[in-house]
Design a binder for this molecule. Structure first.
Ligand SMILES: Nc1nc2c(ncn2[C@@H]2O[C@H](COP(=O)(O)OP(=O)(O)OP(=O)(O)O)[C@@H](O)[C@H]2O)c(=O)[nH]1
Length: 310
């Protein structure tokens, strides 16, 4: 009997929209199914890979490039390698926050032709707090990408007013009227809903070809192994990043008793700092992503007292 083809979910969405949060939420519902997650980070350090909650062997990092263009061959090779062994129950591809997830359709078609994997559903996470905060052209681009998906997850509803949510819903009514939608906080979607939507959307015209977006507009810089930060320098760093960057994430060590480590997550003006348990204390590392023309590499370097690593 021919081995079964592996159903595959793609997860797209702009920088910081909540893709990793959504994938982790799905993994918690896996109920014994074996899920292999391919994680693509735009920066040179794949921090998302570390944040995905699954066993080591089933998280595959695709770093320092974009899965919709330069890393496409790596993705295909890696998926085929998994299909040569004991096939998993599900593949999940989390695209980078600058990828155009529409480009993954042709990758999936090639794998489908070889009976390795097939597209189950394309999920697109839209950050409700971000939509409209970007320029008109960028917002339009995100909405176009969302319209080419099977499920739009309008996330971070906790951060916006009812009016703002209503305006986003109206925009999607006009631009993506046939795509199923879920309004969420913490990107909570049920396994059943996700699998159900895919089954309904098998013939959704996904054979269009799409080029990838203009990644040249974005740049990232990464720092590693820098010394512990004083409270003041940490505050100055956060202020700088909020003002100048689209996305930053990393693990920082803060000076003081016990030298605590903190996971910093920044999406535009939104900041989360979560203590990292001592047993998981890691090498200090930070990835900063923004517009190429305004990325504050030198200022971040001064505050961290370290040269960029990549
Ligand atoms: N307040 C709030 N924060 C959220 C929500 N969903 C995700 N976040 C936070 O937003 C930040 C980014 O979430 P991620 O899931 O890492 O986003 P991502 O799309 O994977 O980010 P990149 O891959 O870097 O583009 C994290 O600090 C999350 O905890 C939400 O619904 N509400």
């Amino acid at each position: 009997m021919a081995p079964r083809s592996v159903p595959t979910l793609t997860v797209g969405g702009f920088l910081g929209a909540g893709k990793t949060t959504l994938v982790n939420g799905l993994l918690r519902q896996a109920d014994g199914r074996r899920v292999v997650v391919f994680v693509n980070d735009f920066g040179a350090i794949n921090i998302d890979h570390d944040l995905i909650e699954t066993v080591e062997a089933d998280r595959i990092a695709l770093s320092n490039g974009c899965v919709c263009c330069s890393l496409n061959d790596d993705l295909i090779r890696s998926m085929v390698a998994f299909c040569d062994g004991d096939r998993p129950d599900l593949f999940v591809i989390e695209a980078s926050g600058v990828a155009d997830p529409r480009s993954l359709s042709s990758t999936l078609e090639a794998l489908e032709a070889a009976r390795h994997a097939h597209l189950r559903a394309r999920l697109y996470v839209l950050d409700a707090a971000q939509v409209g905060g970007l320029g008109y052209a960028d917002t339009e681009d995100l909405v176009d990408q969302a319209a080419a998906s099977d499920l739009i997850v309008v996330n971070k509803s906790d951060l916006v007013s009812g009016n703002r949510l209503g305006a986003i819903e109206q925009l999607l009514d006009r631009s993506a009227p046939t795509v199923t939608r879920a309004v969420t906080s913490r990107a909570r979607v049920s396994w059943k809903d996700v699998m159900g939507v895919g089954a309904q959307m098998r013939c959704s015209g996904r054979h269009q070809m799409h080029g990838h977006g203009d990644h040249g507009a974005f740049a990232s810089t990464a720092f590693r192994g820098f010394p512990p930060l004083s409270e003041d320098r940490l505050a100055a760093l956060v202020t700088l990043l909020k003002r100048t960057c689209l996305r930053a994430k990393g693990v920082l060590t803060v000076e003081g008793e016990g030298r605590s480590s903190t996971l910093l997550q920044l999406v535009g003006p939104y900041v989360e700092m979560t203590p990292v348990p001592p047993e998981a204390s890691q090498l200090a590392q930070l990835v900063v992503i923004g517009w190429s023309k305004t990325l504050p590499t030198a200022e971040v370097s001064d505050l961290l007292q370290a040269e960029p690593w990549a």
